[in-house]
Design a protein around this ligand. Structure first.
Ligand code: KIV
Ligand code: ZN
Length: 389
């Protein structure tokens, strides 16, 4: 397949599919802030919107294409000339701009939504790509609802659009229906039965309706996909898209099984997650992998003790790699004397052993009444026991 065989391209669609999350609507300034942050994070492609959808979308895509450098800005279009012309108008001033065309290929969509037969869809897809290829050599084609499509037909569509000029072909699990081992089989089948697939980058785009989006993406990557479409915090239609931070950190952490390179500077992950959450109003659940408030917090006394002795006992990633600094210890009723001592030292208190014993006894009483014991509580305990205030 085209491109660097060992690199996984990150195609971020936070500003397009992510903005399709119910209740989310970003203004121009907010889109620019997120766009600049994604550029800093190092995404390879940034899908900025669907320009034909509204004047606001058009303007947002155009501003981002004009301003961002070092990232390919993409605009979405249905397989119709008006959409493609509008998408091109919006991105044309960008650096290596991309037109992203989609049409559904599953019989369910053909029958009930498009009211077209397979041959008509195949011709429409190829004609749309041919039209876009007159504007740019950077054309992506997506077969909407690919995971519920007939695979022989899908291979014919991919072959036709590659011949028409598509440089990326995307395999979306639009409704989050796939399971990892079957998705892997589908990716292999497409890679093996589309004769000119080597001329394009094979991409995947998974939704999270069954909570399997990240697992599906990783199985696709292990079987030949080289572009991953995802959003920050996994926001998007319904249950959302694949969470970028999960894919990136899984590839980074499991290099033994996924020996690929990425262009992402992971130290900006947490700041990006917080910015997207703040500007979209979509709260990140505390136990969310990688970026949740508890993702690196250790409550159990045994775990706290282990981490204090050697971080890797209970941490598979270094929190600093995602930009998290500061203590990872959350004190509560399960915390031991060792964790309390470390926390107090972090706060600047080096207590004599007998003072520590007394603070620890009071701390245990307090923790029985209160779920988490915060820095302010510890300050008060130290003041009471040591300073006798
Ligand atoms: O989920 C989907 O199929 C999409 C396409 C437009 C790629 O978002
Ligand atoms: Zn989608």
């Amino acid at each position: 397949m085209a491109g660097d065989a060992d690199k996984i391209l990150i195609f971020d669609t936070t500003l397009r599919d992510g903005e399709q999350s119910p209740g989310v609507s970003l203004n121009m300034e907010e889109k620019l802030q997120i766009g600049r942050q994604l550029e800093k994070l190092g995404v390879d492609v940034l899908e900025a919107g669907f320009p034909v959808a509204s004047p606001g979308d058009f303007e947002g895509v155009q501003r981002l294409a004009r301003e961002l450098r070092g990232v390919q800005v993409a605009a979405l279009a249905r397989a119709v000339e008006k959409d493609i012309d509008t998408a091109w108008e919006a991105v044309r001033d960008g650096e290596n701009p991309r037109i992203h065309i989609f049409i559904a290929t599953s019989d369910i969509h053909l029958k009930h939504k498009l009211r077209m037969n397979r041959e008509e869809v195949l011709e429409r897809a190829a004609a749309a790509v041919r039209h876009a290829a007159r504007y740019t050599g950077n054309v992506e084609f997506s077969a909407e609802d690919a995971t519920r499509s007939d695979l022989d037909f899908l291979c014919r569509v991919f072959e036709a659009v590659i011949e028409a000029g598509a440089t990326t072909v995307n395999f979306p699990d639009t409704v989050g229906y796939a399971v990892p081992w079957d998705f892997a089989r589908m990716i292999r089948r497409v890679a093996e039965h589309t004769p000119n697939i080597h001329k394009a980058v094979l991409s995947v785009h998974c939704h999270n309706d069954l909570g399997l989006a990240t697992a599906n993406v990783l199985s696709a990557v292990a079987n030949g996909a080289r572009q991953v479409e995802c959003t920050v915090n996994g926001i998007g239609e319904r249950a959302g898209n694949t969470a970028m931070e999960e894919v990136v950190m899984a590839i980074r952490t499991r290099k033994d099984l996924l020996p690929f390179s990425l262009g992402i500077d992971t130290r900006h992950i947490l700041a990006t997650s917080r910015m997207v959450s703040h500007l979209t109003g979509m709260v990140v659940q505390p136990n969310k992998a990688i970026v949740g408030a508890n993702a690196f917090a250790h409550e159990s006394g045994i775990h706290q003790d282990g981490v204090l002795k050697e971080r890797t006992t209970y941490e598979i990633m270094d929190p600093r790699d995602i930009g998290l600094t500061g203590g990872a210890i959350v004190l509560g009723k399960h915390s031991g004397r060792h964790a309390l001592k470390a926390k107090l030292e972090e706060m600047g208190y080096r207590l004599a052993e007998d003072d520590l014993d007394r603070v620890f006894a009071r701390f245990k009483n307090l923790a029985d009444r209160k779920k988490d014991v915060f820095d302010e509580d510890l300050e008060a305990l130290v003041a009471e026991v040591v300073l006798r205030i």
